[in-house]
Write a protein that binds this ligand. Structure first.
Ligand SMILES: *Cc1c(COP(=O)(O)O)cnc(C)c1O
Length: 467
């Protein structure tokens, strides 16, 4: 025991100082090589020494070589400079996965994004007459054409769109919402809370499963500012149910000059049944039914960047634009450029399944997914080694992002099991590869859904799996 203490004292005394290490040629070379500043290098040296001291004191380290110290310093510098952003291959079976950034942008949107990032654009500049412009004008024309709305405005996401719309049109007043539509969406978006934060008073009507026209009609008082209809994005009420359609709500509202706002959540600009997909509310239909304002996300079914679209009656949109909150919630040049390019794709619906990745993935033929799964299974068989069972099976994908709730899409998955290792470990191994591969665990197996994977080789992890 005493010898051990002596030993550690000797080791600690023998360690070089921070200054000595910072002056060392090899450390200076490796700092220059990875582009580490003096601050980063100093932190790395301190961290490495601290770590080694700790391990000596705990008895875990009985010998220290200069190479150990150098190696640790270099690794720490590299780690400090490494990007926190990692590419993730989406084999999760969720087309619009919020945790990995929802919609994959089209080539056209990426080009527009790059153009805007690399230089300046006419964000708020009317090029024709050299005057100051309004940034919403970049996409206003397209949204009007694609939805039939009189005017449009863009904010950072749909939650912001709901907030600014309620605050503008109903601050201090009552907002009528059916109890069946008081939704919570992931990431702490709860409609009752947003209504409160907008400065409005929530007036719930009806019951969870059934709300009737008379519920709305009798709830209207002189304090009523708005009727709000929310798309119950991520769940469905089935069985003994009744909800009041938008047209009827508009009739009830307009008799008392009360506008109806519809939060479509995902909302689509086109009828998805055209490609054999389930029906999702179409923004243009809500406008045609008389909604004063419709709200939807840019990065859900629309397939663009994160954004919130506010479209509807000119007088209402004009008021929203003038709200000081608009300044706080306005979208930047990157978002607007990518959104504009995405919206332009909708001008040709025939090519949309090719040009828009979200639609391409939703409408991808099963035969093509199967082909990708077979190729991936063969590649994985070669790379994973012994002990694994790899099979191609039927599966189900979901659209996600609150779109098409309750509707699953038939898919083909690669299922991977191992004789002695559980599926959670295989899941983490794939996730920790670079790029990360996000599969999922289902019924005791680790599975990779190939619907959203364009290159089968992408689901082959880079390293070697040690069970
Ligand atoms: C997703 C969703 C929102 C929030 O949209 P974000 O763009 O994620 O902010 C709001 N309302 C509904 C009904 C939704 O589905």
């Amino acid at each position: 025991m005493e010898r051990a203490i002596d030993d550690s004292h000797r080791l600690l005394r023998g360690l070089p100082s921070v200054d000595e290490l910072l002056r060392d040629d090899e450390i200076r070379r490796s700092a220059a090589l990875c582009g580490a500043s003096t601050v980063i290098a100093t932190e790395a040296v301190r961290g490495a020494l601290e770590d080694i001291r700790g391990r000596i004191l705990s008895g875990a380290l009985h010998e220290v070589t200069i190479d150990d110290i150098m190696g640790s310093v270099a690794a720490r510098m590299k780690e400090a400079l490494a990007s926190r952003i990692r590419r993730v291959i989406n084999a999760s079976g969720t087309v619009l996965h919020t945790n990995i950034g929802r919609a994959i942008l089209s080539n056209e949107a990426v080009e527009a994004l790059t153009l805007a990032a690399e230089g300046c654009i006419n964000l708020e500049m009317d090029i024709e007459n050299g005057e100051r412009g309004e940034r919403d004008c970049l996409v206003e024309g397209l949204i009007k054409r694609l939805t039939g709305a009189e005017n449009a405005s863009i904010v950072n996401n749909n939650a912001a769109a709901v907030l600014i719309t309620l605050n503008t049109l109903a601050e201090g007043g009552e907002v009528i919402v059916s109890r069946g539509e008081l939704i919570e969406i992931g990431g702490s978006f709860r409609l009752p809370d947003i209504i409160k934060k907008s400065g409005c008073v929530l007036k719930e009507v009806g019951t969870t499963n059934r709300t009737h026209p008379r519920d709305y009609a009798t709830a209207i008082t002189e304090n009523t500012a708005l009727i709000f209809k929310a798309h119950t994005s991520n769940y469905r009420i089935v069985g003994f149910t009744a909800e009041v359609g938008l047209k009827e709500l508009v009739e009830i509202g307009s008799a008392r000059s009360i506008p109806v706002v519809e939060d479509l959540g995902s909302g689509s600009l086109v009828d998805l049944t055209r490609w054999g997909l389930p029906r999702e509310p179409v923004a243009g239909e809500s406008i045609a039914s008389g909604a004063g304002i419709v709200l939807f996300s840019g990065d859900k079914l629309l397939g663009g960047p994160q954004a919130g679209v506010i479209a509807g009656r000119k007088d209402l949109v004009d008021r929203i634009r003038k709200n000081p909150l608009k300044r706080a919630l306005r979208a930047d040049k990157l978002t607007l450029s990518a959104l504009e390019a995405t919206l332009r794709l909708y001008l040709n619906e025939d090519t949309l399944p090719r040009t828009l990745p979200v639609l391409r993935h939703m409408a991808r033929p099963l035969s093509e997914i199967d082909e990708a799964a077979q190729t991936a299974a063969a590649l994985l068989g070669d790379s994973l080694g012994d002990g694994f069972t790899i099979e191609v099976e039927d599966g189900e994908s979901v659209v996600g992002g609150g779109s098409l709730p309750g509707h699953n899409l038939k898919t083909r998955v690669v299922s991977i099991t191992h004789g002695t290792t559980g599926p959670e470990r295989i899941f983490r191994y794939f996730l920790n590869s670079d790029p990360s591969i996000l599969g999922r665990v289902s019924k005791g197996r680790f599975i990779l859904d190939m619907r959203t994977v364009e290159r089968p080789g992408d689901v082959v992890p880079a390293g070697v799996f040690v069970p």
